[in-house]
Write a protein that binds this ligand. Structure first.
Ligand code: ATR
Length: 280
């Protein structure tokens, strides 16, 4: 029998990551052998930990908070979407030891939105937040051709910098981004809102758009056992179609798995049903 393919996830904290469960289920479905570990690091130790992992036979790794930007600095080569995102969630060893950094977060979000029937094309979209998470998903959202994109951030300058960066990189649709500091100043009914702030992590309210279209949907990149704080806010605001980020997590994992293991993209339906992603 061949040795299992060595994979894992770097993060801090990482103890509660569900990535090992997701990847083990993919491997089971495809009848492949993997060993997927949780790898705790500190920012100072992260570069050494990554080098050691690949030196000791690691084939690929996911990278989660707070290391995504650092991982983009470490990789020998970045894919185009990782360059645009400025962040890496997937590392893979190629050939004699080059480490490629990719970012499958945006693709994961888009796949999950599609499977839930949450459409973006021709809609007015609000993205809340301008940090690393927002940067990871904004190019993918723009590629879906929304009619309008409001990029909302408490610290306006950060949103302005993000827009300028995407314009400079000629990211599709970047010129159409409207930068705002407070969502409740938007004067039109909104079709779609994506939360890329850490509001749910801290269980705090953030300003929402003043009004929503009848069939509006909302998505929180965060996920939790019960409804996230942001999704509760949306429920109170009358937004009926809501989902947390567990579906995105599973979809980004499927994209990473395919990069490492080749072949077809793993079927996510079974994993979704196992982990009970919620659409509130
Ligand atoms: P991440 O990598 O997860 O995006 P981050 O870079 O620290 O983390 O960004 C967190 C995001 O949540 C930022 O957009 C932040 O807004 P600021 O840039 O103004 O700090 C946003 N955020 C955090 N707490 C917030 C709050 N109480 N109200 C509004 N936005 C908040």
């Amino acid at each position: 029998m061949t040795n299992p393919v060595r994979l894992g996830v770097f993060g801090n904290p990482v103890a509660h990551s569900v990535s090992p469960t997701i990847h083990s289920l993919f491997a089971e479905l495809r009848d492949e052998r993997i060993l997927y570990d949780r790898m705790l690091a500190t920012p100072a130790y992260f570069p050494k930990a990554v080098a050691q992992f690949f030196r000791n036979g690691g084939s690929g790794a996911n990278v989660t908070l707070p290391f995504k930007e650092q991982a983009a600095q470490l990789a020998n080569i970045l894919t185009e979407r990782a360059q645009v995102a400025g962040a890496v969630n997937t590392l893979m060893k190629v050939g004699s030891g080059f480490v490629v950094g990719d970012n499958t977060d945006g693709e994961g979000l888009v796949k999950d939105l599609n499977s839930k029937g949450f459409s973006v094309s021709g809609r007015s979209l609000v993205l809340l937040g301008a940090g690393g998470s927002a940067r990871g998903v904004l190019p993918a959202l723009l590629s879906l051709n929304p009619a309008k994109v409001y990029l909302v951030n408490r610290t306006l300058e950060k949103a302005q910098v993000l827009k300028r960066l995407l314009v400079d990189l000629s990211a599709h649709g970047a010129e159409n981004i409207q930068v705002v500091s407070n969502a409740d100043s938007i004067n039109e009914p909104i079709d779609a809102v994506v939360n890329a702030t850490s509001s749910s992590l801290h269980n705090i309210d953030i300003p929402l758009p003043g009004s929503f279209a009848d069939n509006a949907w909302g998505y929180d990149l965060m996920y939790s056992e019960t409804s996230t704080h942001f999704l509760k806010q949306l429920e109170k605001a009358g937004v009926k179609k809501r989902a947390d980020g567990l579906g995105m997590l599973i979809e980004q994992a499927a994209s990473s798995y395919q990069l490492w293991m080749g072949g077809e993209r793993p079927d996510t339906t079974f994993v979704m049903s196992k982990l009970r992603p919620r659409t509130y």
